[in-house]
Design a protein. Structure first.
Length: 578
């Protein structure tokens, strides 16, 4: 679970509006409240397209940028994005949604106008990003490198004291798009979002949801319930971010009739930050969500903002830090345990006996059916960290979501009894897939091995649970799987290894090829299946003395292909069987 300081906000000025503030200004772009975004052709066109190395693609969403034909790298520079007169901020978080195929990456950087110094800051980076690279946020900058601004994981901030004027009021973005070769499809960025806050102040919001004044906020959104505690044991204690994002993604995709059915571990691989070896990077999590084609971003908001999103029909994620100790200042009644940094889903709002509650899916619970919780609204506000939420909007964006983490069909080959190599068919050749194992050369958080032997359920209050090979203790390149597991008609295996195969999940299921050790052999003219060549509990046969039916009955289920061949053939001698 991610460590986040608990922030207490002392004052609030709420701005309500049913219509958007103007996105374009004569001298560039404008904030609406504490946010800004770029996602239309007109907004992209206000920026610099690097002397034609970039083009605007009107077929993706409302507009997107990509590399021009033949170009391998270029930088988009936004117009100046200004806050309203007299407004300023201390912290900035950027979110981006993009398609970044293998062999490409994007990098978002920002510079801010320093109110006190009357100059632009240096550009700081959120790190290169693609599902297929070892993404890494930038470590904190020294004061020599960047005297006035810094970035910590995902939060850009102005150094100093905002009460002394150490704030910013404008933003400029530079976004690098790169591909290793002009033959590779270009990365495509179709959404940029920024959100800001200042310590001690609640964000000033301009709501553009069209809901107007709301009299009754009670509602509940259908969201699957995933406990992180029952997930892959090598990462279960640190994957609240991924579990929350998976719940949001599976919820909105189910609404649209195209369920993604993502494993939380699968999402964890997509949002991993290789620098601190953590799943907790806010910007990376929303970039991972956006790679599936859903508008996804971090926002600093208000309690009113959360309620409005819920009333609009979709859940949100929320950053929290809470305790089960009633004497603690961040006590949260009904919580399963204590945490100094965590992400939860808020899926609804209700009133019970005059007390207001948020309905939560909190992954920090011992089973899937215990994930749904009621948390008192006033207590939630007290444990809410930095007024931070995640938004994954319903409705897949046209033309987007083409390059998320890849699901790749793989095969199994039994190399030793009940021990299997994972193989991939590459141009007709069986190519080994490196499976994750305990190794001092890399973090055991970089992969997982999960399997199931029943029909998978991703929705509802009690979705499927899985069995795991614990990567933290796995010492073998081979997968040790019981025979009855592999033979089960509902068997499905998921394997991820971010070190060797970044951005790929290998899946073995009923459509895969499973090759077993040879366990039957025919000896020359004796027409005898040798006992030394046959597996345990299988039957040897001497032609002319043992019937074919008896022989078939003695074969285990894993020899279905052999049984089918023999049953459909007239087998009178060894030559007919070969």
């Amino acid at each position: 679970m991610r460590r986040r300081a608990l922030a207490l906000f002392l004052a609030a000025i709420l701005v309500l509006a049913a219509v958007p503030a103007p996105a374009l200004a004569a001298d560039g772009l404008q904030f609406f409240g504490n946010e800004f975004e770029i996602d239309t052709y007109e907004q992209w066109a206000t920026g610099d397209l690097d002397e034609g190395k970039l083009v605007i693609d009107s077929t993706v969403g409302g507009g997107a940028i990509k590399l021009a034909d033949g170009q391998t790298e270029a930088t988009y520079t936004s117009a100046v994005i200004s806050m309203p007169e007299g407004k300023s901020f201390e912290y900035l978080v950027m979110s981006w949604n993009a398609d970044a195929p293998e062999g490409t990456w994007i990098e978002v950087t920002a510079s801010v106008w320093l109110d006190k110094h009357g100059e632009w800051s240096s550009y700081l980076t959120w790190g290169k990003w693609s599902p297929f690279i070892k993404r890494a946020s930038h470590a904190s900058y020294s004061t020599n490198e960047s005297p006035y601004v810094n970035i910590s994981w995902d939060e850009f901030y102005v150094r100093g004291d905002p009460a002394e004027g150490d704030t910013a009021s404008k933003v400029k973005l530079q976004v690098i798009l790169h591909r290793d070769s002009a033959d590779i499809p270009s990365p495509v960025i179709w959404y940029l979002h920024g959100t800001t806050r200042t310590t001690g102040k609640e964000p000033e919001k301009v709501f553009r949801d069209g809901l107007g004044v709301i009299d009754d906020y009670t509602c509940e959104v259908e969201v699957p319930q995933y406990s992180q505690i029952v997930r892959s044991p090598n990462i279960s204690g640190v994957m609240c971010n991924a579990a929350t994002t998976a719940m949001l993604l599976n919820s909105v995709s189910q609404m649209g009739g195209q369920p993604l059915n993502l494993l939380p571990e699968e999402v964890a691989m997509a949002c991993y930050d290789f620098r601190p070896n953590s799943f907790g990077n806010w910007s990376f999590a929303m970039a991972a969500a956006g790679s599936y084609g859903y508008k996804s971003y971090v926002d600093y908001t208000t309690i009113e903002g959360i309620k409005r999103h819920l009333k609009n029909g979709y859940a949100v994620g929320a950053s929290v830090a809470y305790s089960t100790d009633p004497s603690a200042p961040n006590y949260l009644e009904n919580a399963y345990g204590s945490t100094d940094g965590h992400l939860i889903v808020l899926r609804g709002f209700t009133v019970v006996d005059g007390v207001e509650y948020f309905i939560s899916n909190d992954a920090f619970n011992p089973s899937n059916d215990q994930v749904r919780k009621l948390y008192k609204a006033d207590q939630f506000q007290n444990v809410w960290s930095r007024n931070t939420i995640y938004l994954v909007k319903p409705g897949k964006v046209d033309g987007a979501g083409n390059y998320p983490v890849q699901r790749i069909k793989a095969d199994l080959e039994e190399v030793e009894t009940h021990k299997y190599a994972l193989k991939l068919d590459v141009h007709g050749a069986a190519t080994p897939v490196t499976t994750p194992k305990a190794d001092s050369s890399y973090s055991n958080r970089h992969g997982f091995i999960a399997y199931i032997t029943e029909p998978e359920v991703f929705a509802g209050s009690n979705p499927s649970t899985y069995s795991y090979v614990n990567v933290a203790y796995n010492q073998s390149d081979l997968l040790a799987l019981p025979d009855d597991v592999v033979e089960d008609p509902d068997f499905r295996l998921y394997v991820a290894n971010q070190d060797a195969h970044c951005g790929k999940i290998f899946i073995v299921d009923k459509d895969s090829d499973v090759k077993y050790l040879p366990s039957t052999a025919i000896e020359s003219v004796d027409y005898t299946v040798s006992d030394s060549e046959i597996g345990p509990n299988e039957k040897s046969i001497t032609w002319g003395e043992t019937s074919v039916a008896e022989f078939l009955a003695g074969l285990k289920a894993r020899h279905a292909a052999l049984k089918l061949f023999a049953a459909g053939s007239e087998v009178n001698d060894a030559a007919s069987f070969l």
